[in-house]
Design a protein around this ligand. Sequence first.
Ligand code: SIN
Ligand code: FE2
Length: 214
Amino acid sequence: MQDELFPESWQRPVQQLSPGITLLPGLALEEEKQIWQDVQAVLQQAALRQMQTPGGRTMSVSMSNCGALGWVSGHGGYRYSPTDPDSGLAWPAMPPRLAMLASQWAAAAGFNGFDSNACLINCYVPGCRMSLHQDRDERDFSQPIVTLSLGLPARFMLGGIQRNDACQIIPLIHGDVLVFGGPARLCFHGIMPLTAGAHPLLGSRRISLTFRRA
Ligand code: SIN
Ligand code: FE2
């Protein structure tokens, strides 16, 4: 059967979920191995760690960054920092392949000229979640957020621009790219608790890369 020649995710069409939000299913699959190598090289230089919320709670998701700026959280609040607070060193440079792909993916969703200078790496193990929030620590909301999902499947909660707007649940699987910008740039979003499983490349976890212009 012709269908069996293609991974399932290649068959899902590009989806405009709402104005400014585009799901590009499986767009990263072709380069999954190189992408994963790049991510592992970054994490060897700046290990994943659980950050504290400004209120003093430990986040369930482990994080790291690459790029000129990295997103950090702690008792001082949320901010972008040029250095890794754990090591005092600059964050690892953004691997050129990742920067180029993020720009291509943004363009595929209608955002030309996206030049990310920050990539937050989130690692979820079963049970980890990310509560509903807006990405609003960046300077220029005309630039989109580009998210790549790797490893175990996630259920992405997509709300509106008011915290109590209704949410839709979007399944995101390995290789999927989600872009949100324009009228959806400040949409509330989050990740439901990760379900246990094993992924052939990443094992028992999900890693997301979120590219930003910080
Ligand atoms: C985030 O909103 O920073 C992360 C979303 C995700 O992990 O897909
Ligand atoms: Fe976010």
